[in-house]
Ligand binder design. Sequence first.
Ligand code: NAX
Length: 325
Amino acid sequence: MRPPVHIAVTGAAGQISYALIFRLIAGDLLGPEQPIVLRLLDVPDAVGALQGIVMELVDCASPLLDDVVITSSPQIAFQDADLAFLVGARPRTQGMERQDLLIVNAGIFSEQGKALNETAKETIRILVVGNPANTNALIAMTNAPRLPPAAFSAMTRLDHNRAVSQLAMKCACTVAEVRRVAIWGNHSTTQFPDIHHALIRGQPALDCVDFDWYAQDFIPTVQKRGAVVIEARGKSSAASAANAAIDQMRNWLYGTPDGDWTSMAIPCQGQYGMADDLVFSFPVTTHDGQYQVVPGLELNEFSRKQLALTERELLIEREMVAHLL
Ligand code: NAX
């Protein structure tokens, strides 16, 4: 029997985690041979709900579930963790401005960054899902100087998957026939869903679709998809977000397919002229558990303008949490 992999999940009593945890013990991330210890973190008021989740986990009789730890201490949650999904965050409530949300959640991610610094393995991989995901990842990373910056990423895979599906539907092809879509920048409505380098059955995507459709329909559809789901469902995306978290972590660990790439928000080191010290989404390839930004992509004036917009938003967010960096 292999030694278990310890997976920390924060916001474990929330709706995304409820869709994520059961897929983890079904082997959807690490395969059907790999035992798992789940380390579930939520606020003290949610520990009762976590106990119910533990009962349900037990009731799955999964051969892959080695143990479950439930806690409201981030230090305990991250102790010995190999992987961490930082999902927990305060949702935006009525009357709350984006700025208020940023400040409340910044406090959570600075505390969790410090806890990761104290107790996590140096080889841990941390995927930040809780919003505002890019800036939360930046705060956690800055507060965990013992860990390599490359241990952190924020989730833009849901945006990437949304873009792939929208393009496949428009071109009446399968999602497997769509390659090299990219999401640049912030996981927000300023993100830039880019199909300039995308291929449909090996042909340039922009030869298959009309540019006006791309600029006026596709881009806003992907950017605002989260709000449209909320309007229809009365709740924000949960199963698709959990699915994207598994996709992003799986590619990170096991690599991207030959001839394709994915999108991940990662610590920026000035690639494509973007400001350092942001967590910025780029097209990346992954290999042996490491990610590399796809180099040398041509960016036209349209793309540069979109990149500048999303970079500007991230710079403003960074300024607002400067006291925690
Ligand atoms: P829920 O409100 O269902 O769950 C959040 C959970 O986090 C709750 O159980 C809450 O008690 C817990 N929590 C709050 N503060 C905590 C803390 N300090 N430590 C540990 N746990 C804490 O939200 P859910 O729908 O699961 O969404 C979670 C986060 O994902 C939100 O910030 C949401 O905006 C974000 N999303 C990010 C996406 C992305 O693509 N990056 C897409 C989906 C989603 O909108």
